[in-house]
Design a protein around this ligand. Structure first.
Ligand code: UDP
Ligand code: MG
Length: 335
């Protein structure tokens, strides 16, 4: 057995592939599935077996499933540890606190060993069966295969509207164009993963980064299911800051928008000055002008505050970015 292990190890080194140490007979790891999980205790085990079933029966290749526990306060971590003891394909990383979905995804990307890395949510909204289709598209030479959500069963009108609005604004204001329904359910080739690993931005918007790196991309459509168990872990506040990061991480267009408004208002102001001078010296019909003064003061004041706010947001982001803090902290590992 020892010789066999050694032989498989040297062979995999020779093949310049990653070594799957837990089961030495597996020469290399083809698929890594990364699952960010924040208080998902009812979903973890079921999801693992669903993924295992799909890969073992329909793809028939070596794989690992990495759970990233994003600071859960329920028993998620204990469950992940137990599952990792029982199942050789399971690995677990636990964050020291709740850092956020995007950072959990980044940790998964950083630690995955596979030639293809698939990210999927823990709540069954994204059907694990789609992994087979993604895998086929990858084998056809696509380096990024992402799932495009066509419909979501059981989502409220508010979430649908805010999501559509986000993609509209994002595409007007940002240099990176995203389709409505783009999700974090995707397969990335090792080459893309290695590029993403180099990016240690404090404000992470992985969907945008994946678009930004380029490479041969293919989208496949799916209908999102209802959450299997638990509530959404994205509060309105989290969604807003996610949307803001998406827009502001990829463009300085909002800053330009501020300049544009500045010019527009100045133009009106100039025309108004000309009118005011005419009124005073030529027509001699100067009235108290209370209304117009009030409106212009309010308008210009408002625009100024908006523009200062936008500039402030960028400066604030710079401030946090230059500190070069780690984007997440792993407190426990289970491999
Ligand atoms: N998630 C996370 N950290 C967070 C919020 C969410 O790791 O702070 C995970 C969550 O456990 C799930 C995925 O990210 O696996 C997507 O979250 P959720 O399903 O709550 O979002 P929604 O589908 O409602 O947009
Ligand atoms: Mg969900």
């Amino acid at each position: 057995m020892k010789n066999l292990c050694l032989a498989s190890y040297s062979l995999s080194l020779f093949l310049k592939r990653n070594v799957f140490i837990k089961t030495p007979l597996t020469l290399f790891m083809e698929i890594s599935v990364i699952v960010p999980a924040y208080n998902e205790k009812e979903n973890i085990e079921k999801l693992f077996f669903a993924i295992k079933n799909v890969i073992e029966n329909q793809i028939k290749t070596s794989f690992e499933v990495i759970f990233i526990d994003d600071g859960s306060t329920d028993d998620s971590w204990q469950l992940i540890e137990r599952l990792a003891d029982e199942q050789s394909e399971v690995k677990g990383f636990r964050f020291s606190k709740n850092f956020g979905h995007q950072y959990a995804l980044k940790a998964g990307i950083d630690y995955a060993l596979g030639d293809a890395v698939i990210s999927i949510d823990a709540d069954f909204q994204q059907p694990p069966e789609l992994i087979v289709k993604m895998y086929k598209e990858w084998k056809n030479g696509n380096q990024i295969v992402y799932a495009l959500r066509k419909k979501t069963k059981g989502t409220g009108i508010l979430k649908k509207l805010s999501s559509a609005l986000f993609y509209k604004i994002m595409n007007i204001l940002s240099d990176v164009k995203l389709e409505n329904g783009a999700s974090d359910f995707r397969l990335l080739d090792r080459k893309v993963v290695d590029e993403l690993k180099k990016m240690n931005e404090y404000y992470l918007f992985i969907r945008g980064l994946v678009k930004w790196v380029g490479y041969k991309t293919k989208s496949i459509e799916y209908v999102a299911e209802k959450r299997y168990s638990g509530k959404t872990k994205y509060s309105a506040k989290k969604m807003f800051s996610f949307a803001q990061t998406g827009i502001m991480s990829f463009s300085i267009k909002p800053l330009r928008l501020a300049t544009f408004f500045g010019f527009l208002i100045s133009l009106f102001a100039f025309a108004y000055i000309v009118y005011a001078l005419f009124a005073k010296f030529i027509f001699h019909n100067v009235l108290e002008g209370w209304t117009s003064i009030l409106i212009s003061v309010l308008l210009i004041g408002g625009i100024q505050l908006i523009t200062i706010g936008i500039i402030g947001e960028y400066i604030g982001k710079l401030f946090l970015e230059v500190k070069k803090r780690p984007t997440y902290i792993i407190s426990d590992k289970k491999e």
